[in-house]
Design a protein around this ligand. Structure first.
Ligand code: CUA
Length: 333
């Protein structure tokens, strides 16, 4: 009776710790629900084992403690075949069951329903870009998803290994140069959630953040239409450096910089609305300053910012695109 009482007490404490501490974020996808199920399944088993071990230890420590004036040895017990079989067989069964439950959850999480949308994810130091191939290649710096519809992310890296993680979606997936990795997400909750790079990828790793925005399907469709129109206008328009805006968005500039003419408001890098003042401080003509800052970002570092955060990959931009980008950044002043 005492043994059972101690065991129940230990189980109650462990259960309280499991339930009343918010260990996991509230899931926002079907896949996260399955992972949470595995997590709680394992936790329940752990609590049962914890209670058993604590009960036996506490009971033994109290019940069989050395009494004063009793220096005698305990009874000479050697081995117990029944016990040994039990403590080998029970963990083997438990681990097998956990493996099966995990394998089923992983298989289900990988399954892609027929009706789904696809998003190409590109990772580079230190920004994410998301491209919607079914929507004429619409490219954005934050991931917008319709509620309740499966999405397949096809992920590629332009430089080093990154790792895609939206904590509320429950899964991490490495983004590795040279191969395409995939992840299936079916959002179940509206909201804006952080996208995190969870693989140390360089000095700007901690800043490699974006957002996953889950919208109602109608709102998503409306957004796709509006964004497509805006992109078409930007590329097709003859006025004010339209192609430059396309380069700006495709290269992920909007993921890090605020620039009003592009409608971006990120704060990882300097605000590009102040380029004229920055060029003056750097003592260079605006056009040359902007060009240099794109192809050789460490040449001049704006006060309050760190070197080596901006990718140094833009020197490989085709000249035509670089010209368009510089014109877009300087001409709109
Ligand atoms: Cu990309 Cu860390």
């Amino acid at each position: 009776m005492r043994l059972i009482a101690v065991g129940l007490g230990a189980a109650a404490v462990a259960t309280a710790v499991a339930l009343f501490v918010p260990w996991l974020p509230t899931p926002a996808s079907k896949q996260a629900d399955r992972i949470d199920f595995v997590f709680w399944f394992v936790t329940v088993i752990c609590i049962a084992i914890f209670a058993l071990v604590v009960a036996v230890i506490l009971y033994a420590v109290v019940r069989f403690r050395a009494r004063p004036d009793d220096d005698s040895d305990g009874a000479p017990i050697h081995g117990h075949t029944g016990l040994e079989i039990a403590w080998t067989a029970v963990p083997a069964i438990l681990v097998t069951v956990i493996a099966i439950v995990s394998a089923v959850a992983l298989a289900q999480n990988d399954r892609l329903p027929k009706r789904h949308i696809r998003v190409n994810v590109t990772a580079q130091q230190f920004a994410w870009t998301f491209q919607y191939p079914a929507s004429k290649g619409l490219t954005t710096s934050s991931l917008r998803l319709p509620l309740g519809e499966a999405v397949e992310l096809k992920m590629q890296s332009k430089d080093v290994i990154h790792s895609f993680w939206v904590p509320v979606f429950g899964q991490k997936e490495d983004v590795v140069p040279g191969i395409t990795t995939r992840l299936v997400i079916t959002p179940t909750r509206l909201g804006t959630f952080p996208v995190v790079c969870t693989e140390l990828c360089g000095e700007g790793h901690a800043l490699m953040r974006s957002q996953a925005i889950v919208m109602r399907p109608a709102a998503f469709a409306a957004w796709v239409k509006a964004a497509q129109q805006a992109a078409a206008k930007a590329t097709g328009g003859a006025s004010g450096g339209g192609p430059g805006l396309a380069v700006f968005n495709n290269q992920g500039c909007s993921a890090c910089h605020t620039y009003k003419p592009a409608g971006s408001s990120a704060t990882t890098g300097p605000d590009l609305d102040n380029l004229a003042a920055d060029a003056q401080r750097a003592g260079q003509p605006l056009d040359a300053f902007v060009r240099e800052s794109i192809v050789d970002p460490n040449a001049y570092i704006e006060k309050g910012y760190q070197p080596n955060i901006m990718p140094q990959t833009f020197k490989s931009l085709p000249k035509q695109q670089l010209d368009a980008l510089v014109q877009f950044l300087t001409g709109a002043k």
